[in-house]
Design a protein around this ligand. Structure first.
Ligand code: HEC
Length: 262
């Protein structure tokens, strides 16, 4: 995985460039990611794809009035007595894969896509599963091209980034039981189609809704935020499965492991 989150954090402290995250002699990091990575990052941080949000939210574009207790715990807090950076939200990819959420300006408490727990808590769905089998690993460069086959998760559960992403969005880590994968797919497509661009924005999203971002035709879209053709989709004309595939492509691009779609 590249270090996309570092770019995000740097965008917020560009004036303190040398004191933010880069040590002496480090290569400069471009604070502006390509459009597909910026969109992928926003989706990576968006908790609305979770089962908790689907069952508790008062509206797709309304902030939740309470938060999923799963993310208000120590796994997402930088130390004893410190608050969880994600309290009041729900499980997104970024709940277990933290970047700058808890970081101080000097870079202390910066994570490299790990959280603070030995195993990450998952939402309580009454099936006896309280957490992940293993810890959330640091993931910088996890997806860079290398010789030989790709094996993701320690046991090689997934062999492509897109498969891992699509399965995780519709799976237990986001609170969905195995029998609920259809509801999970529906929720994902529902959020992508219904988003108005105002909640859970990524650092570069410019309040652009997901449908506008994926269609990439609006003349007001900044050139650097306009998706390349290979990532575009008319989410209203597409099936739910096609929406999920498009989401997996941009999230994989954010994580630096994307092969361009055919
Ligand atoms: C509830 C916590 C949790 C959530 C939510 C979560 N992950 Fe993970 N992730 C983990 C854990 C734990 C591992 C390590 C799994 C293993 O090795 O068995 C992992 C591993 C990974 C890896 C593999 C790294 C490697 O080197 O093999 C990737 C990539 C990844 N996650 C991406 C995502 C994406 C994208 C999402 C959102 C769709 C997501 N994760 C949501 C906990 C989580």
């Amino acid at each position: 995985m590249r270090l996309p989150g570092a770019g995000a954090a740097l965008a917020g402290c560009a004036l303190l460039w040398s004191s933010c995250l880069q040590g002496p002699g480090a290569n400069p990091v471009d604070p502006f990611k390509p459009a597909q990575q910026a969109l992928g990052e926003r989706i990576f941080r968006d908790p609305r794809f979770s089962q908790w949000f689907a069952s508790h939210a008062t509206g797709l574009n309304a902030p939740p009035t309470t938060g999923d207790p799963t993310v208000a715990v120590a796994a997402n807090a930088a130390g004893p007595g410190l608050p969880s950076a994600l309290a009041g939200t729900a499980v997104a990819c970024a709940a277990c894969h933290l970047v700058e959420q808890d970081a101080l300006l000097d870079g202390t408490r910066m994570r490299a896509y790990a959280d603070f727990a030995r195993t990450s808590p998952v939402p309580d769905r009454g099936d006896g599963t309280a957490g992940t089998a293993r810890n959330s690993p640091p993931m910088v460069d996890a997806l860079v091209a290398r010789p030989g086959p790709v094996f993701l998760h320690l046991d090689g559960q997934f062999v492509t980034a897109e498969d891992l992403i699509a399965s995780t969005f519709t799976g237990r880590n986001l609170g969905w039981l195995p029998a609920e994968s259809g509801a999970a797919l529906h929720q994902l497509a529902h959020v992508i189609r219904g988003d108005d661009g105002h909640l859970f924005q990524g650092p570069d999203s410019s309040a652009m809704s997901y449908p506008v971002a994926f269609l990439a035709e609006d003349s007001r879209i900044l050139p650097r935020l306009r998706l390349p053709a290979a990532y575009r989709l008319d989410v209203f004309a597409a099936s739910d499965a096609q929406v999920l595939a498009a989401v997996a492509r941009v999230v994989a691009a954010y994580m630096g492991g994307a092969a361009l779609p055919p």
